[in-house]
Design a protein around this ligand. Structure first.
Ligand code: ZN
Length: 158
């Protein structure tokens, strides 16, 4: 699959959530879950500032889906996210049997920016989703949103 205008609109929401997270002292990541009918069912953004480093929106989505969606609904859902899932979130997504993922910025691109800015890499390898959950259909990056996301991440380390 490729990224269409509707996908871009959902990714735009993710970028807005990332901006909201950064403004609140968290890291600039945001995600939404859209069901097969095209309805946004759940949205969240990064919430790590109080010390729980696992509070990634993609992880929250996977856990939310466990109690709010049947397995067929999970498989038919699409998860949009401003930054490609980390291995923890890829695993949660894979274990829950969620459907397609569409991301704006790849983990490799983000790792490259951190290196460019002299920021130490995080404690978890920036593996692509396909290396952790190979059965998941993944689309990205969305180059239209890359400059905006890069600016948000730059502000995080300014
Ligand atoms: Zn994650």
């Amino acid at each position: 699959m490729s990224i269409n205008d509707l996908d871009l609109a959902h990714l735009r929401t993710c970028v807005d959530l990332a901006r909201e997270a950064l403004a609140d002292g968290d890291e600039p990541f945001g995600s939404v879950l859209v069901d097969a009918a095209g309805e946004v069912r759940f949205r969240d953004r990064n919430r790590v500032k109080d010390g729980d480093e696992t509070r990634h929106p993609e992880f929250e989505i996977a856990r939310w889906s466990a109690t709010h969606l049947m397995s067929a609904e999970r498989a038919a859902a699409t998860v949009y996210t401003s930054g490609e899932h980390c291995p923890m979130c890829s695993a949660a997504h894979g274990w829950m049997g969620l459907g397609r993922i569409v991301y704006a910025v790849s983990s490799a691109a983000l790792a490259g920016w951190l290196d460019e800015w002299g920021v130490a890499p995080g404690p978890v390898l920036p593996l692509p989703i396909s290396a952790v959950a190979p059965g998941v259909v993944v689309d990205g990056p969305a180059l239209e949103l890359e400059a905006e996301m890069k600016a948000l991440h730059r502000r995080r380390f300014a």
